[in-house]
Structures are given as structure tokens and as C-alpha cells.
Write a protein that binds this ligand. Sequence first.
Ligand code: GLN
Length: 207
Amino acid sequence: RPTVGVLALQGAVREHVAMLERAGAHAVPVRREAELSEVDGLVLPGGESTTMSRLLESFELLEPVRERIAGGLPAFGSCAGMILLARQVLDGRPDQQQLGGLDVVVRRNAFGRQVDSFEVDLDFAGVGDGPVHAVFIRAPWVEKAGDGVEVLATVPAGLVPHDPADGAADARIVAVRQGSVLATAFHPEITGDERVHRLFVELVREA
Ligand code: GLN
């Protein structure tokens, strides 16, 4: 079983640990550099990306995590975790730090301008049959994806929440993969469906 860490500074840590175990990994919380050095993959949970960025600095994990991801450590970010992995953040805080790993531009709290949270069933490439139930909580979306980035899931235009006064909303990219880095704008750790975590554990095994 591969050992997969869950960054445990803030956010939905226990939920990710449980799903990773169900998906066949040995899951461990990561709060220190010594713990980071033991893992074959790392999950960055949801929470608040600005807070997590600050905590990464105060726990002296920002550079170590950056270096490991740059060195090929498989990573999976959900929601705030997706924001941390992005090359660039729109509507972030000026002092917000990026871990890198994903050649995407994300917009923070993107859906939240219309509605704080919503749930939809999405087609999700690479997880097998049946839609994935996606729960969005003050979620980002991917505004721009580089050439090396595979789009795994999109919220169709008709299902993007919006203010009818603003006219129709566009389809939005909400799950991507670049090599062994995976990210979802939603929270697969809270729905009881471990297929997205299985996909990540497979990426960890392949790496
Ligand atoms: N809005 C949060 C942020 O900007 C993300 C929310 C979440 O992770 N559920 O970091």
C-alpha cells in the first residue's frame, strides 16, 4: 500500500484520511517536514486557501512541499487545495502563496458570487461508470488551463448557478489532471464515493 499524506493544518483532514484508506492507501496526517518526507503522495484538503497558505509558512512547510511537488510528488487538491496547486489565483489575497504543480489559473470563490454552495452530478473522466456527485462550497473554478492539463470534469452551462439577470452562465472546468497532480473544485471526500481517491491512489502507484 502506498503511503499518502494529508496536509493537516486546517480543513477536511479526517474525511480525506478515511477515503484514502478505503481507496487502498495507508493515509497519514502531515504537519511537519519529517512526516512529509515519508509520503508517496500528498492530499491538500479544502478549507481556506489564504489561511492554509499562512499556516504552511508558519509550520515551515511551504518550501518543502513546493520542492517535493516540483520533484514529482503526486498531489491531489480539493477546493482550497486546488487553489494552492494553481500557477495563478484570481481574486486571491495579495500575500497568498502558491505551491505550483498545475498550469492553471483559478478564480477563487468563483461560484460564490452567485451562490455559496451547490451540488450537481458530473461526468468525470477516468473514474469508471456513473456520474460523480459533486459538492461545491465557496468553490473556485479553473478559468484557464495550459496545454499539458487534462480536463476531467466540467459543470455544463445549464447547471452553473447564476443570477438570471446576468444572462446565461458559461460551462466551467472543475476537475483537472496534469501528470500526477490532480485537482477538484469540489469535495469528493464528503460524499462516500471513493472513486476520485482511487484515481489518485492509482496515480501515486504509477509514479
Ligand atoms: N473559498 C475557499 C478558499 O478560497 C475554498 C473553500 C473550500 O475549500 N471549501 O480557499
